[in-house]
Structures are given as structure tokens and as C-alpha cells.
Design a protein around this ligand. Structure first.
Ligand SMILES: [Zn+2]
Length: 139
């Protein structure tokens, strides 16, 4: 890291954010492979499952509640599989980043609570907090 960060970013957050920054072509959805029957008269595919045509690949993705599909060549299907896998890893990192940031957020609360306690020692206590301090009154 050549440029020092102005804030104290936890290493886990920094690491995950760096990985996420290196995004690549990726997709959410799935690839399906189908063997199909044609409608030509006399074609054996009508009776024999092994004589069906294909495989035909398609990519399916749910977009705003609707399912969108497109056909893929064999070569495209291989690429799209990799893009979906890349997307799966990306999502895992995003989830991990969220968790790391939430732990960070918890630590911030603890730090703020500590500094608030410091401040209370010097000044007047906040009135609204009195009811929650029931235990200290049982003498
Ligand atoms: Zn056929």
C-alpha cells in the first residue's frame, strides 16, 4: 500500500474490498442443457430419446420477477458457466465484506460507548438513560 489510508480500515475489510474491486465479467443465473425433438416427419427423434437433437444450451436468469432466456452455442455455454462461477465467488466476497463491516460497526459502537462513558464522567448524565439503569438503584 503506497498511499496510507486516512482511516483505520480493518485488514479483513481492506482485503475483501480489494478483491471485490477486481471484478470481472460475471452473471447470475444458470445454464441448462437440453436434447430436443424436432417436428420433421419420419425423424427418429420422435420415438427414440437417443435420437433427439442437441444438446442445446440456454442461459436463464430471473430479472425483476420475470425469467429471461437466451440460447448459447457450446462455446458460449462454457464461458457463461465460468462467468456464473465468478459471480458466485463475487457474491461470497460481498457477503464476507458485509460481515467484516458489521463487525467493524460493532467495534465502533463499543468505542463510541466507551467515549460516551468518558464524557459522562465529566458532564451531566443524559436523563433519558436513567430508566434503563434500574440495577444500580437497587440498594
Ligand atoms: Zn428430429
Amino acid at each position: 500500500m503506497a498511499v496510507p489510508s486516512p482511516r483505520n480500515i480493518p485488514p479483513a475489510v481492506r482485503q475483501l474490498a480489494a478483491e471485490i474491486a477486481e471484478a470481472q465479467p460475471m452473471r447470475r443465473g444458470s445454464v441448462s442443457e437440453r436434447m430436443v425433438k424436432c417436428s420433421k416427419p419420419g425423424c427418429p427423434c420422435a420415438d427414440d430419446p437417443k435420437a433427439r437433437h442437441g444438446p442445446y444450451f440456454s442461459f436463464t436468469q430471473a430479472v425483476g420477477g420475470k425469467t429471461r432466456s437466451r440460447f448459447l452455442t457450446v462455446e458460449q455455454a462454457a464461458v457463461v458457466q465460468q462467468q456464473i462461477e465468478a459471480g458466485r465467488k463475487f457474491r461470497g466476497r460481498v457477503d464476507a465484506l458485509w460481515e467484516a463491516c458489521e463487525e467493524w460497526a460493532d467495534r465502533q459502537l463499543e468505542t463510541d460507548a466507551a467515549s460516551a462513558a468518558e464524557a459522562r464522567k465529566g458532564g451531566s448524565p443524559p436523563v433519558s438513560k436513567r430508566k434503563s439503569l434500574g440495577k444500580s438503584r437497587s440498594s
